[in-house]
Design a protein around this ligand. Sequence first.
Ligand SMILES: *Cc1c(COP(=O)(O)O)cnc(C)c1O
Length: 403
Amino acid sequence: MADSEGPRSLPDSETPRFGTLCVHGGEARFKPCHSITDPVFFTATYTFENTAAVLEYVEKKLPRDEYGRYSNPTERVLEQKLAALEGGESAVTFTTGMAAVTCYLMSKVQSGDEIILFDECYHRSREFCKKVLGKFGVVTHQIPACDYEKMEAAINSRTKLLISESPTNPHLSVVDLERFAALGKKYGVETMIDATLATPYNVRPLEYGVDCVLHSCTKYLGGHNDLLAGAVIGRAEVIEPVRKLRGVMGVNLTSQTAYLLLRGLKTFELRMERHNQNGLALAQFLEQHPRVQKVYYPGLPSHRDYEIARRTMRGYGGLVTFLVRDADAEATARIVDAVRIPHIGPSLGGAESLIEQPIVMSYHDFTMDQRRAIGILDNMIRVACGLEDTADLIADFAQALDH
Ligand SMILES: *Cc1c(COP(=O)(O)O)cnc(C)c1O
């Protein structure tokens, strides 16, 4: 595809700012048929003029496509844009965030290796490490979130990966990325941050020396509650083994989904500004409300990790978790049901606000003791602020809490 190798829209000598990268980053200036958008390709395979062309492709590793399970042109533009936004050398995308998690982990570990992760993490990631990788002789150590001393103490000669989310879900703990990356460097262990809740708008972990960033693009990067996708980004030597395994596992995006993501990313900066504004305003409103016992939001000075968040994050995102004062599970559910703007549903990062009671939604198959152990309480509500008007959202929560 000569077109996708055409001149980049942004000269290397200038450093475009984030909003410019959202619109133009990773894209060729001139595209097939003079289209301003990148086309969607409905094709399973790609053809060669003659045998010499095949040999040239193989020998020179030309950036063209061969077969749909390895790559497609729209996906490649998306990967270039994500790499530009994250400030990384290379990106690889997947059908879902979990496909990114599982493919990344499987490309990095083998029987006898050990993984250390902070325990506040996406429950399916923890499940994959413990139940699936465990079957193949990989040992996972769970460390309380942000306990760097305990993490360091757990490192040994078999340790292959240090992993965390930041911010975590639903407690919104924020990792000191400098300290986390330094641990990896000190012991020669690769570090990975699932930065789905932060997004490259709010923090760019690679700048702090973290080796690899992972995203569920289903959330803010997609941004419209209409697609599933995942990505990992980092130096080429970190990413290329993951891309190789993706080709074997067959979990790359379709051209249509890559297009939807590219389209959504054009407005990414604008959307994040509103998500951040709504999240902070709702957190501040809830914190002063007499029916609210506690708010988890890293942009509030009351949050344990406020200082780290303030130092490292441009904004704190749209996710707000809170505890209802003197409420059991039923009284908490009544507040969820009284809210009119957010839909009840899992996920976050889309235009539509979403609300859930974690004990009923994501953790219903956990026992009470298991939930308590990971801090999922009966009176907890998680709100994923969307793009609605800030005052409307706050008025809605005011009426629901007074209900
Ligand atoms: C949603 C999510 C995932 C999983 O992503 P999917 O796209 O749903 O597969 C992983 N990590 C975090 C932090 C998430 O929020």
